[in-house]
Design a binder for this molecule. Structure first.
Ligand SMILES: Nc1nc2c(ncn2[C@@H]2O[C@H](COP(=O)(O)OP(=O)(O)OP(=O)(O)O)[C@@H](O)[C@H]2O)c(=O)[nH]1
Ligand SMILES: [Zn+2]
Length: 212
């Protein structure tokens, strides 16, 4: 039986040591929500906040819903986007580049926001991918606890796997709120990470055209 796109991507990430460290769980999304809601009730009340206050009483529910269905939804391959591709009948053989893709992720060390922009390019082979699917793929992997380097490489390998070509490049520029709002409290610094494959790695003119 042919593997689904999500299964193909997952296997490729595992094979390259790039999958997010996960332990097997047989809990449903509903069970995870219920458990996290209970645990967040403990966290909020341990901080000394009054859970009978009308503004705070729903906070454990909101956080559990946000973790399971929103900011960490990308931990569940059931939420992998539907990927539409069409035959490259028009013989596109030059770079397709998408810039300024919003990246809102969560730092896995502190569970605090990473906010940035991604640039993705590929040189088509047999197929062309629907443009919005690139944004959706970035979002899927951003909706996990992340380090920016892994996020960048996961998007690269996912696209290489789906497009059947090594010729993919991904670059992310982001602000880490764990650096900005706490810890070293640097409000200005940005982090750029780049992952290059195929012609983008081997050919300096292609790399420069992408990074420009
Ligand atoms: N390489 C990398 N590091 C990250 C990323 N996000 C956060 N970090 C860093 O992860 C490190 C964790 O360091 P620790 O010393 O364990 O944590 P900490 O005591 O909270 O460190 P400070 O942030 O320096 O206060 C920090 O230097 C963070 O800036 C990321 O995406 N990539
Ligand atoms: Zn952090």
């Amino acid at each position: 039986m042919e593997l689904s796109p999500a299964e193909q991507v997952k296997n490729a990430l595992i094979a390259q040591g790039l999958e997010t460290p996960l332990v097997d769980s047989d809990m449903s999304a509903e069970q995870k929500y219920t458990r996290i809601k209970g645990l967040m009730t403990e966290v909020v009340s341990t901080l000394g906040l009054d859970l009978s206050d009308d503004s705070l009483c729903e906070t454990p529910h909101r956080i559990a819903k946000m973790y399971v269905n929103e900011i960490f939804a990308g931990l569940d391959y059931a939420n992998f986007p539907k990927i539409t591709q069409i035959d490259n009948k028009m013989g596109v053989d030059e770079m397709v580049k998408i810039s300024d893709i919003s990246v809102v992720s969560t730092c896995e060390h502190h569970f605090i926001t990473i906010d940035g922009l991604a640039k993705v390019a590929y040189i088509p082979k047999q197929t062309i991918i629907g443009l919005s699917k690139i944004n959706r793929l970035v979002r899927f992997f951003a909706q996990r606890p992340q380090v920016q380097e892994r996020l960048t490489k996961q998007v690269l390998v996912a696209l290489q796997t789906l497009l059947g070509t090594e010729d993919v490049a991904v670059s992310i520029d982001a602000t880490h709120y764990c650096v900005k709002s706490r810890g070293v409290m640097d409000t200005q610094s940005q982090t750029q990470t780049t992952a290059l494959g195929g012609a983008f790695k081997a050919n300096s003119a292609t790399r420069i055209e992408f990074l420009r």
